[in-house]
Design a protein around this ligand. Structure first.
Ligand SMILES: *[C@@H]1O[C@H](CO)[C@@H](O)[C@H](O)[C@H]1NC(C)=O
Ligand SMILES: *[C@@H]1O[C@H](CO)[C@@H](O)[C@H](O)[C@H]1NC(C)=O
Ligand SMILES: *[C@@H]1O[C@H](CO)[C@@H](O)[C@H](O)[C@H]1NC(C)=O
Ligand SMILES: *[C@@H]1O[C@H](CO)[C@@H](O)[C@H](O)[C@H]1NC(C)=O
Ligand SMILES: *[C@@H]1O[C@H](CO)[C@@H](O)[C@H](O)[C@H]1NC(C)=O
Ligand SMILES: *[C@@H]1O[C@H](CO)[C@@H](O)[C@H](O)[C@H]1NC(C)=O
Ligand SMILES: *[C@@H]1O[C@H](CO)[C@@H](O)[C@H](O)[C@H]1NC(C)=O
Ligand SMILES: *[C@@H]1O[C@H](CO)[C@@H](O)[C@H](O)[C@H]1NC(C)=O
Length: 888
């Protein structure tokens, strides 16, 4: 019964939340797999990066040759050979290869976009032999290929027809591979043709079958890999080529709106096709489903976006990683699943699927010998079958009708390594590094569709995101990533540039705790600095703790300069304390006692940016200390000595003769003042504006703006809160689920942590300042001694005219300020921790302990919810925009 009441409400809430800007993600507390990056670094704060860009765009193809120290780059209309040691060094060898004007015109006539598509986009760039590379480009919808003489870096001969090797469309999924002078490729090449996996050369060329059974259905390819399974094979096996893609599903799906599945297909390198049956078609084509789902939530991520193959010491110990997304493009979410090749091989050796009454089900009948779809091995040879052409017809006929395996490939551990809401990972690279504890850690480099990089380390099956880095100021997808072991760098290609990013930037961590809490396996504390452990040969004195991330540092809390504040009784005062770590929780003490209580009557409020004293009273004077509490470590961040002056003088200091009392009488005025005596000279603040009429008009407008925004956001909020409250109430407390951020068990569950500055406008300014603050230590000082004061009505007594707010940094790309601006005390049914960060919005919801430990009915079937929402959306066209691309 309750379910009947709450479901429509919940859906309404979800719909409301999916409106642009209301919530970061349409679902509240979803998965405890969701991981928050520990630190957020904006592009201005990147360390040790090199950038390459020229007049070209779309640096999408990277080919790294470590031994030669060259990074070959395929861009739009050009190819470059960059020095891996310094990609920004000028004078790199370059080949211009643009489509002719005539060709572009034809492309335009085909109805293609002459701003983006009618160019020569490089799609394939690989080593062909010792002296030559092989390159293919879309060439304004008429693909061409060519050989490049590496020594002179020019084309060695004329162009070859690329129609059957390279897609026409620059955005079409494509996987190409050149192995021992043979080319394999997979794509939907032409607009109308069906997708195909091909051996392009040498002769005979091979393709996939289309009738009576289509082997590929609208396949979108993301990658390919060669595994040399012939090496040391006890059965005389062949090398195999694997292709990774998403296609339309043939088998029954759990939900009707799910239509796509992720797959891996494989072919044998030595396949020659059949003699009569499967002539010039693969005899060894098999495919299996890749599953990446979150079991507790019935959440299936069916769209494969990127793969990375990590070759082990031998083939059977190789693993690969896949980045998956949801089928619905306007909902951002990503999961990373890890698979073992051994599991995949088991699937290819298992039972087949078969069509029966137009439904796919497992084939249980007799399988002909030798096993259809297998490579030629010693077993075949012992029977006189020396190549695929000698295979009997019944085997080939079976293979032709049974391309799909019944066994699905499940991820290692049965669930994703990482699940991330509100973020679309699009590319990935993986690196293994030995840490000081002697263990080898896997570090994932995940590139997003907005130009961010997440660095994550796997510790006992759990991912810890060490940091998120904004690589490109203008949001743009990461197109390609390669790791250079030798340069200890990651090369990233995007539409505007190629970037060389160090694998880690240890010197960003300035204290022992910061270094250790980062859990960065590349970094260790040497007593004075956080250093790259590989740069030292004697590592015995370094401190590092990847496993737990809190051991090794001595417990001295460090010295922090004290700031003084002198305020009037009744004022609201913000003591700023921005924590660098997104995982840290602020803890405040007053004269050594921890501040408790967060109700309105306590007179203060702790937010993620500082402590707000509401209507300061003289007894609130004393020494305030702000600590960043993370993993049971309390690190001192700020110390304030606050003196609250009793009885403020009633006289209002006149600011100007034309000052009218009505201007700001009821609305709160935001004023920023550089307060108190400072320990360091402040960088010269911007000159204060004269308090002329324009200024006041500006002030008045600002006030109006603030109140307008406040009213609007208040309305929004009230609606959300009402819905939240109603839905929570109707479902009852027992349905709540416990979420805890890894390792951060909170004794004070049920309290609400909030941003102390409440209105949107302020929040925004403040967030930006926070962003600026995280850039460098010197910037921190610039703002460290200013504080925000909310003055109720009138001018601020006894204060000089406030200087204007410090100039803001240029607008940041991802502005999610819309959610979670809770301004007042909330009931305990609300999420207990709300956190907002710049660049990406994270709303960490940590709810109260669930007495029964039962899974919430609401979140039980995430996929079901999504389906319903999407059904609804179809009808009412509620949300034409993706919810995450909105700003306030
Ligand atoms: C790379 O080359 C640029 C341009 O010549 C130079 O300014 C920069 O210092 C070089 N960087 C390194 C690390 O050598
Ligand atoms: C694209 O085509 C339009 C005409 O359809 C033309 O005006 C415009 O200049 C072309 N742009 C480029 C970059 O060629
Ligand atoms: C590499 O391939 C190119 C193009 O086919 C050919 O001209 C060249 O001779 C080959 N080089 C070697 C060393 O085989
Ligand atoms: C490539 O460059 C070399 C050296 O400049 C030159 O000798 C050769 O003719 C060029 N090849 C072509 C095909 O232009
Ligand atoms: C193959 O076997 C030889 C001899 O046992 C060994 O030295 C070599 O490392 C093996 N190669 C691979 C790739 O396992
Ligand atoms: C396969 O190769 C063996 C040895 O090379 C040869 O004796 C046999 O006739 C071949 N079989 C076929 C069917 O070609
Ligand atoms: C090329 O770059 C432009 C932006 O510079 C982008 O709009 C376009 O989608 C890119 N094309 C491809 C194929 O990546
Ligand atoms: C390494 O450093 C430690 C302490 O700094 C020192 O005691 C030890 O002798 C050094 N070991 C070597 C091999 O240099």
């Amino acid at each position: 019964m309750e379910g009947h009441v709450s479901l429509p409400l919940t859906l309404l809430l979800l719909l409301l939340c999916s409106l642009p800007g209301v919530c970061g993600f349409p679902f509240g507390p979803v998965l405890d797999l969701d991981v928050t990056p520990r630190t957020t670094i904006f592009s201005q704060g990147l360390l040790g990066c090199q950038r390459f860009s020229s007049r070209s765009q779309n640096y999408s193809i990277l080919l790294l040759e470590e031994d030669n120290g060259v990074l070959y780059v395929g861009a739009r209309g050009a190819l470059y050979a960059l020095d891996t040691a310094n990609v920004s060094k000028p004078g790199n060898p370059k080949i211009d290869w643009e489509a002719s004007a005539e060709q572009k015109k034809q492309c335009l006539n085909k109805g293609k976009n002459n701003q983006t598509e009618c160019y020569n986009h490089i799609r394939l760039l690989q080593r062909y032999n010792e002296t030559h590379l092989y390159v293919c480009g879309t060439h304004a919808f008429r693909p061409l290929c060519a050989y490049i003489d590496v020594e002179h870096f020019n084309f060695s001969s004329g162009f070859e027809e690329g129609r059957d090797r390279c897609p026409y469309d620059p955005a079409k999924g494509y996987a190409g591979l050149i192995v021992d002078g043979e080319m394999f490729s997979a794509s939907q090449y032409e607009f109308r043709s069906s997708p195909d996996i091909r051996r392009n050369f040498p002769f005979p060329t091979l393709r996939t079958e289309e009738a009576p059974t289509r082997w590929l259905l609208e396949a979108d390819f993301v990658g390919s890999a060669l595994l040399k399974e012939s090496t040391n094979s006890s059965v005389g096996d062949d090398d195999k080529i694997y292709f990774f893609f998403t296609e339309r599903s043939q088998e029954q799906m759990a939900y009707p709106s799910q239509t796509r599945v992720a797959r891996v297909a494989r072919v044998c390198k030595g396949d020659w096709g059949g003699q009569r049956t499967l002539q010039r078609k693969w005899t060894s084509f098999l495919k299996a489903r890749l599953v990446c789902s979150v079991p507790d939530y019935e959440l299936q991520l069916n769209v494969l976006r990127s793969v990375f193959v990590l070759q082990g010491p031998d083939v059977h110990n190789s693993v690969f990683y896949g980045v998956f997304g949801l089928e619905w493009k306007n909902i951002k979410a990503s999961a990373v699943c890890q698979y073992s090749f051994a599991d995949m091989q088991r699937a290819f050796e298992g039972p087949y699927m078969e069509v029966h009454d137009s439904k796919w089900r497992e084939y249980t009948g007799k399988v002909p010998e030798p096993r259809p779809g297998s490579c030629i091995t010693d077993v075949h040879r012992s029977k006189g079958i020396n190549s695929s052409r000698d295979l009997p017809d019944n085997v080939l006929t079976f293979a032709r009708r049974h391309p799909l395996m019944s066994t699905q490939v499940h991820p290692v551990g049965g669930r994703p390594l990482l699940f991330k809401r509100s973020v679309n990972y699009v590319k990935m690279a993986v690196h293994r590094v030995e840490a000081l504890d002697g263990l080898v850690y896997t570090v994932l480099f995940l590139g997003t569709d907005e130009g961010w990089l997440h660095r994550a380390v796997e510790v006992r099956g759990q991912m810890h995101i060490i940091e998120e880095l904004q690589l490109f100021e203008r949001p743009q997808p990461v197109d390609s990533m390669v790791i250079s072991q030798r340069q200890r760098s990651l090369f990233v290609g995007s539409s505007s540039a190629v970037l060389r990013v160090p694998l880690s930037s240890c010197r960003r961590y300035t204290s022992c705790f910061d270094c250790v809490l980062s859990r960065d396996p590349f970094c260790g504390w040497d007593g004075a600095l956080c250093v790259d452990i590989s740069s030292l040969t004697n590592r015995s004195s370094l401190i590092q703790d990847v496993q737990r991330g809190n051991r090794g540092c001595s417990n001295s809390l460090g010295a922090v300069a004290e700031r003084r504040r002198s305020v009037m009784s009744g004022d609201d005062v913000l003591l700023q304390c921005e924590l660098r770590s997104n995982l840290a929780v602020p803890r405040w003490t007053l004269d050594g006692r921890e501040l408790q209580g967060y109700g309105l009557d306590s007179g203060h409020r702790v937010g993620t940016d500082g402590l707000l004293l509401i209507g300061a009273r003289p007894e609130q004077s004393g020494e305030y200390r702000c600590y960043a509490a993370e993993k049971d470590v309390w690190a001192l961040v700020r110390t304030y000595s606050v003196r609250v002056q009793p009885d403020p003088p009633l006289s209002v200091v006149p600011t100007s003769p034309t000052d009218t009392p009505s201007a700001t009488s009821t609305t709160a005025t935001l004023s920023v003042s550089t307060g108190g005596p400072t320990e360091r000279p402040l960088p010269s603040p911007p000159a204060p504006l004269p308090p002329g009429p324009e200024f006041r008009t500006y002030r008045r407008m600002e006030a109006m703006y603030i109140s307008l925004v406040a009213v609007l956001s208040g309305l929004c909020l009230v609606l959300t809160v009402v819905l939240l409250y109603v839905s929570f109430c109707t479902r009852g407390a027992y349905q709540r689920r416990k979420y805890s951020q890894q390792g951060q068990a909170e004794p004070g569950a049920g309290r609400l942590e909030l941003k102390t500055i409440s209105s949107h406008c302020n929040g925004r300014q403040d967030s930006r300042r926070g962003a600026r603050r995280s850039l460098s230590a010197s910037n921190m000082d610039q703002l460290g001694d200013s504080f925000l004061q909310i003055v109720p009505g009138g001018g601020s007594p006894g204060k000089s005219p406030p200087p204007p707010a410090p100039p803001l940094p240029p607008p940041l790309p991802c502005s999610e300020y819309a959610s979670s601006e809770y301004t007042n005390g909330m009931s305990a049914t609300l999420p207990s921790v709300l956190r907002k960060m710049n660049g990406n919005s994270y709303v960490l919801l940590r709810q109260q302990a669930d007495p029964e430990g039962s899974t919430s009915a609401l979140y039980h079937s995430f996929t079901e919810e999504l389906n319903r929402i999407l059904e609804k959306r179809k009808h009412i066209q509620l949300d034409p925009q993706p919810p995450d691309e909105s700003s306030v």
